[in-house]
Design a protein around this ligand. Sequence first.
Ligand code: GLA
Length: 385
Amino acid sequence: MDNYKIRDAFIKHFGQAELIVFAPGRANIIGEHTDYNEGFVLPFAIDQGVWFFASVNGQDEFNIIAADTGENSTLFPHQNASLIYGWEKYFNQVLMAMAASPLKGSDIVFGGNLPIGAGISSSSAITCGFVHLLNKMNHLEMSPHKMVKIAVEAERGSGVRGGIMDQYSIFNGLKNKAVLLDCRSNSHEFVDLDLDDCHFYLINTCVKHNLINTDYNNRRAQCDEAVSLLNKYYRPIRALRDLNTDDIPKIGNLLSDTLFKRASFVIQENQRVKDAVHAIKLKNFAQLGELLYASHDGLSQLFEVSCPELDWLVDYTLDDDIFLGSRMMGGGFGGCTINFTSGELNDEKINDLSDKYYDRFGINPEIIPISPEDGILQKKTSYSH
Ligand code: GLA
């Protein structure tokens, strides 16, 4: 849904909007399940995202309409979160995380073009966009770090013990750059994505895994358990980030098979992020592609967060030279692969992939070209009444 339709829905229900916010989704080149291990990630904000049109309404309540479905909700600050589900939960968690701030009630219509549950952070786009909206609407002058912190807290309140990658890149993304984020210091440097003819594409399996919250939290708990065992029997470490690939052969007999696989993946993935940055700077795109494939192997075999549909999509690309690399992206168990290609995918290629995927799984995949765009803090929202 484009922003004009969302604007029209706002006008229909509430009149002219005072404030417009755009919150993008995010892609991640490499560095999966490393953020909550205090490691490195290399995401970027994308063009697709969520628009919010809003006005203060002079009351205590927040009247929110989802333009895509027409659903509406009225929320009050300090409401009981356990009674609230779906997209409302994200708005409500933000209100709870900002309970200490004086907030004026508002009318809001939101919507956009981010597929839900596709691992492109539609929930973080809602959360971050709403935090930014409240910050502007109430002149709170919160720093970017503070807004990221609130957005992370709000999402954790909704059940997933996520890291910081999504919210950080959604706020701080910059056009044509990837965000090399150090998830220990919570600071970043930008990496120029000067890709010549190469492109990134997402391919959405259109599979949503119901257990994602449980499985995600379980992987995180396993990483924590590995850290506490290694702390006791190997050497003092605060997070898996404190180990490097030389440590892997030395820790095998200190952990169960499962924990060893989880830890090995995280250690290798952190190294791959550094190697990927190096490859990008040298414009060694073949190597970048190989790193993506290696990341997928680790996510599938060692971290075990892939699924047959994701594995199939990655395997499909192995037979075609236009694909330099491919891997599952985000939390896993469904969602998208991120693909790095040496040129644009033509219709023939897209149809071939779609037909074969449909024959195998009975599902139509979605192929989405993406490029690094400005995050919330940089985005100029153009709008005329
Ligand atoms: C989800 C979480 C992120 C990150 C990824 C996996 O998207 O929200 O914090 O952990 O999974 O890399």
